[in-house]
Write a protein that binds this ligand. Structure first.
Ligand code: G3I
Length: 450
């Protein structure tokens, strides 16, 4: 279902052809020197969606506003970079059921059609929420409101059945602060079971959709709100309430910062047996480090299925004054964009976490070899094991062209090398094409004995 945005009719870009020529040159030169040439048919992914797809089928998506779909600067970036879309406002209750019993899907359908016709997956947002309720719903209470909410969930999930991969079934139901309590709302006042009732209704209407609980300020593992949502998900799993995923909005804007224990939060939710999604990412002033950390945290958790940024350009953001996104108002890539793409390209190709080796470790020492104008050699010596597997990564756009003295496999973009001992000693080597980056040097990710 996920389609790499390098696929399709556009074909390879000029930069790829240039680099391929350099690689062929390198392979030829080293082959004459007795080195083993590897087939080199793939390029480093050059867009966020394509690279995420290579990391275990993940997505990299964005919130989309229907009224911007006729802005060609906007759609050019959308269509090039992203393989997942969340309607920013068009599937909310006030948009889809403005009058009780009268449903309106025009803008949402436009976004879904735009996305699906380009192979992008759609996240539905959101079926039940205390906010952006139409006036008629705000004035209801008790069992009348409960029935109206369930009817809304049923009707909307039925309309989009088969078109929406994930639903934010319930959004923002917990209170901020230290209470760990539910947020007070007209929906909460219909009874504490309103959330599970909404999930069961969504499941009945679209049994194939992945059903998520979505919230903000559940990023810091130590926060009472995070712990409260964790306990609810744990309870739902234990009692068989149909829940498949948790969405962490991750608005690191408006005074909420990226927490250093974010990865713990992701992996802790995942350990409950649900997928985790980063659903509305934006970060005040878009520091490259924080964007890189979030990306690496998702890549480190196998059940983290993808990242959605909450808008494309800073000017599209609900917090445009904080310039929190990956593209500036002119549509230019910001340093945070480069940090995210590099982190994605350097990620483990299968998208799985780099875990401590079960059979014990080994150690490596890396020695710089010959440097040419366009490429350089590196050798790695392994200690502590005679049978070993070493994973080493270079920084895109650099890519590994040639290896020797080991049994090699490369990621599809040739940035991650998995080298296994093949009886030819404890030192192996490889050649890296610089492709315009002459300063970065390889990093050994792991050394596994056996
Ligand atoms: O479309 C009308 C327009 O016709 C009118 O002229 C204008 C001025 O009143 O308002 C426009 O609607 C606004 C809409 O955004 C579209 O721009 C609404 O007033 C405004 O309330 C709405 O804000 C949205 C907000 O949710 C509402 O809660 C933001 O765009 C949207 O980014 C934001 O998204 C939420 C997520 O759904 C949940 N998580 C938090 C996130 C940020 O608040």
């Amino acid at each position: 279902m996920i389609r790499s945005s390098t696929d399709g009719a556009r074909g390879p870009r000029p930069r790829y052809r240039t680099r391929l020529a350099l690689v062929i040159g390198a392979v030829g030169m080293l082959a004459t020197a007795g080195a083993i040439a590897l087939p080199n048919t793939a390029s480093a992914a050059s867009t966020l969606g394509a690279s995420a797809a290579e990391r275990g089928g993940r997505y990299f998506g964005t919130a989309v506003a229907a009224n911007k779909l006729n802005d060609s600067a906007y759609t050019t970036i959308l269509n090039r970079e992203f393989n997942q879309v969340t309607p920013e406002n068009e599937m909310k209750i006030d948009a889809t059921e403005p009058q009780r019993g009268q449903f309106s899907y025009g803008n949402a359908d436009r976004i879904v059609q735009h996305a699906r016709s380009r192979g992008m997956q759609v996240r539905g947002h959101t079926l039940a929420w205390h906010s952006q309720q139409p006036g008629w719903m705000q004035s209801l209470s008790g069992s009348t409101l409960r029935q109206a909410m369930l009817n809304h969930v049923t009707q909307v999930a039925t309309h989009f059945r088969g078109q929406v991969t994930w639903w934010d079934v319930v959004n923002e139901a917990y209170a901020d602060g230290s209470s760990g309590a539910r947020r007070d709302s007209n929906l909460q006042r219909t009874g504490n079971d309103w959330i599970e009732a909404a999930f069961r209704a969504a499941d009945a209407a679209d049994p194939n959709a992945q059903l998520c609980y979505n919230d903000y300020n559940i990023d810091n593992w130590n926060d009472a709100k995070t712990q409260a949502v964790y306990r609810m998900v744990q309870d739902f799993k234990q009692r068989g309430v149909p829940i498949d995923c948790v969405g962490l909005q991750s608005h690191f804007t408006g005074g909420s910062n990226y927490p250093s224990n974010y990865r713990t939060t992701l992996s802790s939710f995942a350990a409950l047996g649900v997928d985790v999604h980063i659903t509305e990412l934006d970060i005040r002033n878009a520091p490259a480090d924080a964007y890189r950390n979030v990306t690496n945290d998702c890549l480190a958790v196998a059940r983290c299925k993808g990242i959605t940024v909450w808008g494309i350009r800073d000017s599209d953001s609900w917090r445009s004054g904080e310039s929190p996104l990956l593209f500036n108002g002119s549509g230019q890539k910001k340093p945070a964009y480069d940090a995210v793409l590099t982190a994605l390209n350097n990620g483990n190709p299968g998208g799985n976490p780099t875990t401590p080796p079960p059979g014990g470790g080994c150690t490596t020492s890396t020695t710089a070899g010959t440097v040419w104008g366009d490429r350089y050699n590196t050798s790695v010596t392994v200690s502590g094991a005679s049978n070993w597997t070493v994973v080493v990564a270079v920084t895109a756009p650099q890519s590994i062209s040639t290896t020797w003295s080991g049994s090699a496999s490369l990621s599809s973009n040739n940035t991650v090398l998995t080298m296994r001992s093949n009886g030819s000693g404890n030192t192996f080597g490889f050649t890296t094409m610089m492709n315009g980056n002459s300063s970065a040097r390889p990093q050994v990710r792991s050394c596994t004995a056996g």
